[in-house]
Design a protein around this ligand. Structure first.
Ligand code: URA
Length: 226
């Protein structure tokens, strides 16, 4: 063996994307497949595990701090997200950023944002159960790699996609639950708040304000006591 070949055995990345092209949703993607989010994103960009791969412009993987304490999981990319390749950059994303800013949280430091499915469903329809299942291994790998202490699930589809709980979001929002050893809170989807902007006590925006303050308090508790 030449010196160069011997030295190449010291290379850090053994990830070979050609060995792992997930063109069939029945082929599992086991835990620990991706060394980094970049490796995962490479796969998402060529993924055809479901029909959404045929119509996407960009796969939308995530944005924010890769070491964030809080991960926010939405439903699916919309038009602007499909065009830019970034989650929550349209109207609901702008509102989400404002909600975070109201308790001094942001994606530069504290938050990483992603979705249940990485590709835009046509006409912004809700992703099907099969689409969510085909994409779930990517989400599980994102959660493993970012390793957030708190997960916020925005809207009923995100709750169903992660935990399987089918209850309406109005019944479960604001309640902490444990899923896979992680602390999660279902919250309203920002698009619901855009459609229901009432702020009076007990109304959607007021409820969101209670929830995000509870999130901030838990964030501080974790930061101060581990
Ligand atoms: N709605 C979502 O659930 N996710 C996005 O990325 C944008 C809008």
């Amino acid at each position: 063996m030449s010196n160069d070949t011997q030295l190449s055995l010291f290379n850090e990345s053994s990830f070979n994307q050609k060995d792992l092209i997930p063109t069939d949703s029945k082929i599992p993607i086991p835990a620990d497949t991706y060394p980094t989010i970049d490796d995962l994103a490479q796969h998402c960009r060529i993924c055809q595990r479901c029909e959404l791969g045929k119509t996407r412009t960009h796969a939308v993987v995530g944005r924010g701090n890769l070491q964030a304490t809080i991960m926010i999981i939405g439903e699916a990319p919309g038009q602007q997200e499909d065009e830019t390749g970034l989650p929550f950059v349209g109207k609901s994303g702008q509102l989400l950023d404002k909600i975070l800013a109201s308790v001094e949280l942001n994606t530069d430091n504290d938050v990483y944002i992603c979705n249940i499915v990485k590709c835009r469903p046509p006409e912004n329809r809700v992703p099907t159960l099969d689409e969510m299942a085909a994409c779930k291994p990517y989400l599980l790998e994102q959660i493993r790699l970012v390793n957030p202490k708190i997960i916020l699930l925005t809207g009923a589809t995100a709750v169903k996609g992660v935990t399987g709980d089918k209850r309406p979001i109005t019944k479960i929002r604001g309640q902490w639950l444990e899923w896979s050893g992680r602390l999660c809170m279902p919250i309203f989807h920002p698009s619901y708040l855009l459609r229901n902007p009432a702020k009076e006590k007990g109304k959607p925006k007021w409820l969101m304000w209670q929830d995000i303050q509870a999130v901030r308090a838990k964030f501080d508790e974790i930061r101060n006591h581990g």
